[in-house]
Write a protein that binds this ligand. Structure first.
Ligand SMILES: Nc1nc2c(ncn2[C@@H]2O[C@H](COP(=O)(O)OP(=O)(O)OP(=O)(O)O)[C@@H](O)[C@H]2O)c(=O)[nH]1
Ligand SMILES: [Mg+2]
Length: 260
């Protein structure tokens, strides 16, 4: 059931966040003196501080309501929605689920995920600059559409990229990064923050391995280089190969939270 399409407001805006330190445009040094850099860093710190405060409020609310929150991140097209479609079919109805899905435009993913019967809220960020992540205040508003007393597992499908979503705490319990075998072995070392902040990595599309020159061992080594001991599940959303360990792990984490 797709219950709402929510357009984000210009609140903690993309343009503010994307000044130094990770500007998409010019570097702080090229743009001028130390004063500008200092001011921009202050703006970024303020945005992140406010986000952290709201994330803590979210975490407290989700804890009081006994809702386990899973934040799913990856680059575009690595299979977030495909994995979640299959995951929902494995865990529902025993586990009561709801989904918040973020995209710049369209409700395509919400439409796909709503087939499961779970309530789904689509967040579109295009109206005010196309934010590349879901911030804590967006999750707070979107979660207001659900009866949290009747939900065990809230899944958040974040916007597709390996950079910005890693920087925003949303009040989740666990973070999962998906990496598909068509993206290359080096992504964990190129985008280390994402792999550092996540609790588990799903290596997806392993059904394609026979058709690729791809070294899965090298990928896993790269993941472990940036995040020693990280949990890695090798799966295929298409064939469901490798799904059992992933589903068992998820169920055990959810049940630990809802019946501690
Ligand atoms: N062969 C194969 N294809 C897959 C697998 N998982 C996903 N796909 C395909 O990959 C494409 C992208 O999948 P999505 O689930 O839409 O990816 P996404 O990460 O949700 O994409 P965005 O939300 O746009 O970032 C689709 O054509 C899927 O059918 C898989 O395990 N194996
Ligand atoms: Mg998707």
């Amino acid at each position: 059931m797709l219950i709402s399409i929510y357009k984000t407001r210009q609140y903690y805006h993309h343009k503010d966040f994307h000044k130094s330190p990770h500007s998409h445009t010019k570097s702080g040094v090229a743009r001028g003196g130390k004063k500008i850099i200092a001011r921009e860093i202050k703006v970024v710190r303020k945005v992140l501080d406010v986000n952290d405060t709201i994330a803590q409020q979210n975490r407290k609310l989700f804890s009081e309501k006994g809702v386990f929150v899973l934040n799913v991140m990856s680059s575009p097209g690595s299979g977030k929605t495909a994995i979640l479609e299959k995951t929902l079919s494995h865990v529902m109805p025993a586990i009561k689920c709801a989904v918040i899905v973020g995209d710049i435009c369209t409700s395509n993913d919400a439409d796909r995920l709503a087939v499961s019967g779970a309530p789904v809220v689509q967040v579109n960020t295009d109206a005010f600059g196309g934010d590349c992540h879901l911030a804590a205040h967006v999750i707070k508003t979107a979660a207001g559409n659900f009866d949290l007393d009747d939900i065990d597992l809230l899944i958040v499908e974040n916007l597709g990229n390996l950079v910005c979503p890693a920087e925003f705490d949303i009040g989740e319990d666990f973070r999962v990064v998906i990496l598909s075998v068509t993206e290359g072995e080096d992504k964990p070392v190129k985008y280390p923050l994402m792999f550092r902040v996540c609790d588990a990595a799903l290596l997806n599309k392993i059904d394609l391995l026979p058709h690729l020159d791809y070294d899965r061992k090298e990928t896993v080594n790269n993941i472990l280089q940036v995040h020693p001991g990280m949990l890695v599940f090798e799966i295929s959303a298409k064939t469901e190969e490798g799904f059992d360990p992933w589903i068992d792990w998820l169920k055990s984490r959810v049940s630990r939270k809802i019946s501690p």
